[in-house]
Design a protein around this ligand. Sequence first.
Ligand code: G3P
Ligand code: MG
Length: 420
Amino acid sequence: RGLSSPALSSPCPGGPPAFSFDIDGVLIRGKHVLPEALEAVKKLTTADGRWRYPVVFMTNGGGVCEERKAAQLSGWLGVQVAPSQVILAHTPMRDLAPQLAAAPVLVSGRGDVLAVARRYGLGRALHTRQLGRAMPAATPFSAYPPPAPKAEAAEAAVAAPAAAGPGVGAGVGPVPASAASAAPPGPAAAPAAGPGPEPNITAAAAAAQFAEPCPVVHQGLATEQAPIHTVLVMTDPDDWYRDAQLICDVLSGGGVPARSPAAAAAAGAAPVRLVFSNPDLLWANEFPKNRFGQGAFAHMVLSLYSRLTGGGRPPHVTFYGKPNPQPYRLAERLLLAQARELGLELPEAPPGALPFSAIYGVGDNPAADVRGANQAGAPWVSVLVRTGVFQGPGPNCDIDTARIAVDDVAAGVEAALHHT
Ligand code: G3P
Ligand code: MG
């Protein structure tokens, strides 16, 4: 279980505390920074604005690269946040890159997830909007720009480097030069007016993606030579209908560049893998009632797939994102590195244990943040705030499991700094 496990990592009493802050419903509500967030930061920084303890920001949101989210958090909170302090829903997917770098991967999600995937090293990623545009009859209720006039299309083809040679097959070609060296995704996204979910990519960025050749499709028909290997839902989709339709097509095979589970078995290939980055059924923005999150989209896809296949479930479905362990193991690595960079006095900890008196996991969603910290085991301590999803005991929202329950993030930091 990575660096820490309940058996090994009992809290190190002499160690420093560390903090992991959720974002939506804890630091911001929709487009508003919560005033208690600024108070909490003050308690955790020195007079000249340096962090006193290791701190990460762990969100089930995303759609941008870690550098851009760090810059946003620095602006919202008035303190320097480094990219290595940011864990987005899709950040742990970076570990998949070595095995997926050469495979056609279909990515779904708002924001500039295609550029993020390419920066993670997924050189043959294509976005659902590109697949939809290449075969518009597959999603008749979604809107696509008209095909570029021949000349423009020829120009676009020239702009994208030729396939890397005979070994490439008809899979999604190498990353177009423009994309490979893409600056951190962010300029392509509409400038975020302030806090809140990442705006979708700008029309210009979408147009550039539509102009890229989609080599897994030829004249609206799938080419089977390099079928899609994995589907990564990196953030909440920008078109639930289009993505539910295309993901179900890819998972069940036929008509799109993907093999059905049976055809994959017959070809001795693995069935398509489906990975969701965030299981949140609900999340909190400025609307008074909680909103559907990516977990609701996952429910939609899996129940449609079940209806399509007479009760079947895709052979490989994985969920990342809180409360699952991947972000917690990554947070432990990042917090330990920060403790060393800060030069903190770290006690001798048993091998594999973490030298912290506690890692306070502060969040607003019992089903994600409280359950995740509790499941992560010592030295994690769950801290539930009442400024987001949690609106009182009830299904999916039981306060009893939180180790510490407070009104807001400033009270949570206060409680943690006096917690024994
Ligand atoms: O889309 C983001 C939402 O699901 C929750 O975000 O920051 O509360 O983990 P957060
Ligand atoms: Mg939250």
